[in-house]
Design a protein around this ligand. Structure first.
Ligand SMILES: Cc1cc2nc3c(=O)[nH]c(=O)nc-3n(C[C@H](O)[C@H](O)[C@H](O)COP(=O)(O)OP(=O)(O)OC[C@H]3O[C@@H](n4cnc5c(N)ncnc54)[C@H](O)[C@@H]3O)c2cc1C
Length: 518
């Protein structure tokens, strides 16, 4: 017999061996010996009160063995000689589209402008140490896309868009820890992601798919409303029938290409702002009500904050406890910051994007001449501004949080995890008023919500500009572009995802749509 129950365990109990069995036996009023095993289904932390509680949902196996295998099976088959589906981009959307093609008996042929994870490492190092941004290989471009050197947080709100559990099981199948199946806020960590991505590549190759790295798609031809071929940077022209366009939100050349070809695009609402960095112990002490170090059984604390300011949302985005701020620009002449953390989340800093919602219909009137690309041009201008204010390298402009809010240039800055370094700059006056004034009010409000958050010990770092795509590539009910049959805009670049899991789910859906009628 199997019984699913909820247990509440305090930190003293958590430290005791076999506590889940003991507690389950007590809860079910059965003997400990009758329990043959326990499977943790969910684990979350309730830190609202000083007495911190761990909430467990467990399946108790009573006189019955624990099942050994997952209920998810991935029916990969040899597709070497199957009909091809062409996929542009090998981020989470492209990877999951390719895997799904193989399950469905079609051969994925992937073109990825960036390098494989190993070679990509060198370019990441060059950004951090030499301030050189390779426009094909960086934190956003390369094997695994923006998801590889990301934080690997797997939380998603897009539960209705697909089978989230299937995405997680597939990550576990490719080497991610089973813990992601349990945690309420699962996380893989930037140190573990490259191996998972590499394993996905190996599955695709093993079953007969093709992946072409360092192969940028630069053009395509459309005849009588159908996509006919794609053109590679090396001059090759590849005939195609079905193309999944999964190039991500930073592939500006793709947006420009579609615009130039007069293929319909739409401006999309998005968000921009700064990244704020606190010493992790400050966030721990606020969230866990502790002085000094947090309890060793607890992970680095996180937070999620939101505040309406003058009719726009100001909110925390991609919060990285125990993490690093990273330079996520995709070209020279721009500064873009983002965040990531290792699996142990054991770095000394907590960082988070704090961004302001930008309504594409109401807030970009000065950029109307750019049509559907108005948000993209606004985003570019902010990134150029950050580059100039940062000192024209990958150093980022920064200010102490309190100075930013009161409007004063910082004489000096706090230590930071951002490797290329920080440059003191008056972000309060440099950022467009629309963003800057809302951020300042938002930070004040956050200080009220989390006592200790508004502190001179935190830095704000500019700019957090790539939260999601400022452009939407439209698609119809069959997930095809309404004007180009055979072209399936997919993932975050199309405007259909906002993170690793939603991009992966969209990749699967696009693969299912692309094979129809082939
Ligand atoms: C530092 C950082 C941290 C992040 N942390 C998290 C997190 O913790 N959790 C989370 O859910 N999300 C996180 N994200 C966001 C997440 O990575 C993206 O939402 C996700 O990767 C989007 O997937 P995608 O496949 O749609 O696009 P992308 O991952 O952007 O992949 C697109 C791919 O297409 C390739 N490409 C672009 N143009 C071309 C072309 N012309 N020809 C060939 N290939 C091309 C690119 O090189 C890239 O590899 C983070 C992002 C960054 C940068």
């Amino acid at each position: 017999m199997v019984k699913e129950i909820q247990l509440r365990i305090n930190l003293v109990e958590e430290a005791q061996p076999n506590i889940l069995v003991q507690k389950s036996a007590g809860f079910l009023k059965i003997r400990v010996d009758d329990i043959s095993g326990i499977k943790v289904l969910r684990k979350s932390i309730d830190a609202r009160k000083p007495q911190i509680i761990l909430n467990y949902k467990v399946a108790v196996y009573i006189k019955e063995p624990l099942p050994k295998t997952s209920q998810y099976h991935f029916n990969y088959q040899d597709v070497s000689n199957a009909k091809p589906i062409h996929i542009i981009g090998f981020g989470p959307a492209g990877m999951y589209a390719a895997l799904r093609c193989i399950e469905l008996g079609f051969k994925p042929i992937v073109f990825e402008r960036g390098k494989n994870v190993q070679d990509r490492r060198r370019d990441i190092k060059a950004i951090n140490q030499d301030h050189i941004v390779n426009e094909d290989s960086n934190y956003c471009f390369g094997e695994g896309g923006a998801g590889t050197y990301s934080d690997g947080k797997l939380y998603t709100r897009s539960l209705k868009r697909g089978d989230v559990r299937r995405i997680f099981e597939n990550l576990v199948y490719h080497g991610a820890t089973e813990q992601i199946l349990i945690d309420a806020h699962p996380h893989i960590g930037t140190n573990k992601l490259p191996k998972v991505v590499q394993n996905i590549r190996e599955t695709i190759l093993k079953y007969g798919g093709e992946i072409h790295f360092e192969t940028r798609v630069v053009d395509f031809t459309v005849k009588t409303g159908k996509i006919k071929s794609i053109q590679l940077q090396n001059g090759l022209e590849i005939p195609v029938c079905r193309v999944i366009l999964a190039t991500g939100h930073s592939a500006r050349d793709i947006f420009y290409l579609l615009f130039k070809k007069k293929i319909a695009l739409e401006a999309k609402s998005f968000a921009m702002g700064v990244r704020v960095e606190h010493p992790q112990h400050i966030i721990d002490s606020i969230q866990y009500h502790c002085k000094g170090d947090r309890n060793a059984l607890l992970p680095a604390a996180s937070y999620a904050l939101v505040q309406q300011v003058n009719e726009r949302g100001v909110y925390s985005f991609c919060m990285c406890p125990g993490g690093f701020i990273v330079p996520a620009a995709t070209a020279m002449g721009e500064v873009v910051v983002n965040g990531m953390s290792p699996s142990k989340r054991n770095n000394l800093f907590a960082n988070s994007g704090i961004v302001v919602e930008i309504n594409a219909d109401k807030d970009l009137y000065k950029y109307e001449q750019f049509g559907p690309l108005k948000g993209l041009e606004y985003q570019k201008d902010l990134e150029k501004l950050a580059f100039t204010a940062g000192g024209r390298t990958q150093s980022a402009p920064a200010q102490r949080l309190t100075d930013f809010v009161i409007g004063k240039l910082s004489n000096d800055l706090n230590p930071t995890s951002y490797q290329p370094g920080l440059n003191s700059a008056p972000l309060h006056s440099l950022l467009p008023k629309f963003i800057g004034s809302r951020l300042r009010k938002g930070f004040e409000a956050f200080g009220q919500k989390m006592k200790g958050y508004y502190t001179v010990e935190a830095n704000v770092v500019g700019v957090e500009s790539r939260t999601s795509s400022p452009v939407c590539i439209p698609r119809n009910d069959y997930l095809e572009h309404p004007e180009v049959s055979g072209l399936f805009p997919c993932g975050e670049g199309g405007g259909y995802a906002g993170g690793i899991v939603s991009a992966a789910m969209d990749g699967e859906r696009c693969a299912e749509a692309a094979i129809k009628g082939l």
